[in-house]
Design a protein around this ligand. Structure first.
Ligand code: DLL
Length: 453
């Protein structure tokens, strides 16, 4: 499929990948484009992927019956289990020989999920990432320090190709070796940092320890994503790194980074690129579609993917959509900050909790540093949750009694601000493991059920 040229006709280099034609398209026109692309993708999936054909047939729907965008809800969902069941290449709609690249998720249990891209898919991805970066305030000529992991994870190469496409100088740092990263950022004069928010925090901390002032330098924009994070952490990263922190969202099954991003003008909700993806929100329990503005599980259908068309993919990510006009003028819907995944939700003494909600409280508290983990243990028939959070460097908490007192006050804040009662353990500076990619927020120490039982 041909990618459409998005360059500004006025030759304005500063906004190379902002295309008013597409990004501020009136809704009626956007819907016509979506319908046309949806029909084509459903036909392709039905004709080329036996799994989709079986599922559509079983649900009694065919692409021929599609009369409007609303008919999509009659089609069955696709889930991670479908990718696993057809491992490795069963959902591909093109011959394997036409794939130019594969990525895969690590897969904590069982097989990884494999995703693939044709030449056109890679070109579209780079273009959407270049568009996303433009939306977040990155410009041609920027020095992009890319600390997303390179490899099977889509973050590294996804951001890399987009930045290159936009005309930036990319430093392919990947994750890890943080002291060296700080030196390179300072020596090369990085203007943009791409990283998970937790790794960006690690970088900020190491820079402060080394006495390298990234705050006062040319660093201007941070493109942070791949894990849930809070506005509190945004404030922390903006002040410690001296940049505008932009939330970027994506997932391998749909493409990788660049599915949605905040605009620099508003930093309020992530514009989802509706000319390439259809977004729905459903009730995570029943799967019933929810109205605009209601919180639920995000479901995405790809409109232009060749290799791996995804029909109504259940992301498990919890968010809301808004179609309120945005200050930046873009008309594409916005996703509210993703609170977490439905499968990461914990129930602590009857109260639903996402780790990112905890972060929002912990970041603002004095004497603490925003490094934390939730530890879940089994105690008799009950689960016991402990929040492990680190004391700030320089906080006078060397003795046990001081840490105990601080823990008590943190527990009180958690109870009064988010209504959860749980144990709190204050750790010494440096004791909570640092992230070099996606942070591990939950340590589940409960015994695993034995196979076969
Ligand atoms: O994390 C792609 C990515 C790379 C996005 C770099 C942004 C930046 P996966 O490894 O497949 O792909 O993980 C996707 O990560 O379903 C969400 O649960 C979570 N996630 C991604 N971005 C955000 C975000 C990449 N901005 C899964 N906020 C998704 C919250 C996010 N969660």
């Amino acid at each position: 499929m041909a990618t459409h040229a998005l360059r500004n006709r006025n030759g304005d280099r500063r906004h190379d990948y902002f295309s008013p034609d597409v990004e501020t398209m009136p809704r009626k026109q956007l819907q016509r484009l979506q319908f046309d692309r949806l029909r084509r993708v459903l036909h392709r999936a039905y004709a080329n992927v036996p799994h989709y054909r079986r599922r559509f047939d079983a649900a009694g729907v065919t692409p021929f019956a599609l009369r409007g965008l609303g008919d999509l809800r009659r089609f069955p969902f696709t889930s991670k289990a479908d990718l696993r069941d057809t491992y490795p290449f069963g959902l591909f709609a093109v011959p394997r020989e036409t794939l130019l690249r594969l990525h895969a998720s690590s897969g904590t249990t069982g097989k990884p999920t494999v995703v693939g891209y044709t030449a056109a898919d890679l070109a579209n991805w780079a273009l959407l990432m270049a568009r996303s970066m433009t939306c977040g305030g990155v410009r041609p000529g920027d020095i992009v320090h890319n600390a997303y992991g390179y490899g099977l994870f889509t973050g590294g190469l996804g951001a890399h190709d987009g930045a290159q496409r936009l005309g930036c100088t990319v430093v392919p740092a990947s994750g890890g070796g943080t002291e060296r990263q700080v030196t390179l950022m300072s020596d090369f004069g990085a203007t943009v940092l791409c990283a998970t928010p937790s790794y960006a925090l690690n970088i900020a901390e190491v820079a402060e320890r080394l006495g390298v002032d990234l705050r006062g330098g040319p660093l201007r924009v941070g493109l942070f994503g791949a894990e849930p994070w809070s506005d509190a952490l945004r404030g922390e990263l903006e002040s410690r790194l001296g940049l505008t922190a932009i939330d970027v969202y994506g997932l391998s099954e749909i493409m990788g980074p660049g599915v949605a991003i905040e605009c620099r003008e508003a930093q309020a909700g992530l514009h989802g690129w509706e000319d390439h993806f259809l977004f729905e929100i459903v009730d995570p329990g029943s799967g019933e579609p929810l109205e605009m503005g209601e919180a639920g599980e995000l479901v995405i259908t790809t409109l232009t993917k060749e290799a791996l068309p995804m029909i109504r993919y259940r992301t498990r990510d919890i968010t809301r959509l808004t179609d309120e006009p945005c200050r930046c003028g873009r008309t594409h819907v916005r996703l509210r900050r993703i609170t977490g995944r439905s499968d990461d939700m914990l129930i602590v003494r009857g109260v639903n909790l996402y780790p990112s909600q905890l972060e929002a409280v912990l970041v603002g508290l004095p004497l603490l540093s925003p490094h934390y983990q939730l530890v879940i243990e089994r105690q008799g028939a009950l689960d016991r949750v402990t929040v492990e959070v680190e004391a700030a460097a320089g906080a006078a908490v060397e003795d046990e009694a001081a840490r105990h007192a601080l823990a008590g006050s943190v527990a009180h804040h958690l109870k009064s601000l988010i209504g959860i009662s749980c144990a709190v353990a204050v750790k010494r500076p440096g004791e909570v493991p640092r992230s070099e990619g996606k942070a591990v927020r939950v340590r589940d120490l409960r015994p695993r059920p034995t196979a076969g039982k």
